[in-house]
Design a protein around this ligand. Sequence first.
Ligand code: GTP
Length: 346
Amino acid sequence: MTRLNYTLSDALPSLPKSGMPVTIITGFLGSGKTTLLNQILQNKDNLKIAVLVNEFGDINIDEQLLISVESDMVELDNGCICCTINDSLVDAVYRVLERESKVDYLVIETTGIADPLPIIITFLSTELKFLTRVDAVITVVDAAAFDAKHFDSQAALSQIRYGDMVILNKIDLATEDKISEVKAFIENIKPGFRILPSEYGKVPLALVLDIGLTQADDYQGEISEFRRDKSAFNNHLANDGFSFVSFTSDRPLEIEKFEHFLTEQLSNNIFRAKGILWFQESPARHIFQLSGPRYDLQDAEWTSQPKNELVFIGRNLDESLIKQQLDDCLAGLILPNKFSLPNLPW
Ligand SMILES: Nc1nc2c(ncn2[C@@H]2O[C@H](COP(=O)(O)OP(=O)(O)OP(=O)(O)O)[C@@H](O)[C@H]2O)c(=O)[nH]1
């Protein structure tokens, strides 16, 4: 990946202000949040950035996709912090604040189906308001996939409504007309909104970190409502109807069978999939990404025992069917030599 010409020491001469600055990266499934986070981490210079990654599913794929971050700087939280807010989020932020080596900045990546509002409110209305400063809520939008139906997801709309700026990502995949259409849609929700077009999250860091966009006073109404009825903020998953299916295996897949699964069997209610794949035919570790109609595989090296780890996210998923289809992609059992049958005398 190319390094940006901006360094953080150029960009952020004024750090720190009061409280640890926090940037919340939100945006729908597959829009490019982890890609943006990787860009930030690759260009962070000497700034000590801790990241809090919240993932929907029971396998931490994002952790394995994050590059150039010291492992002790990542806090993980499976599930969805917007649904289990307060305690787990507050605890995770405390763990960051209590680190021996001082952390300069915290970046949070929410799940793609998270409503960012409860997360923002947790920072603005709990004891975290004395310890941190929400700098900006950045919404990553897929310029090619987003449309006025916003994936039939309340959370996707909330991500725009409660963002402080939009990174209009994947412009390489969108036509000029589509980009204008998405911009107009966003403008309509938030007139005058800052919209930054990008490819693979490549944006100058000075435009995304320490920009002081979040105005706590704007949230007084929501904070009162939240204090009155927390549950109203917690039911988006039921509304949006997303679920996940995860699959792991210590046996390799067969490439041809897996391709057949992708092209012939994959149900169209699967919106997003990601994982680490092991193919019988290849010594490489393959990073698999599927977002809407597109998928790709990137080669990497194994740093641990090869295995398959996959998560599928969508609506009304048939878990047993997906697992059966993937089981059918596994290579046949190969008996290790020591278990092979001896030459019998007859
Ligand atoms: N063509 C293209 N692909 C992109 C761009 N940005 C990200 N991608 C790809 O889109 C896929 C999803 O990107 P991620 O960064 O994992 O998306 P995410 O928002 O973190 O996804 P979730 O964690 O599932 O919500 C990956 O295959 C990325 O390589 C872009 O600007 N152009």
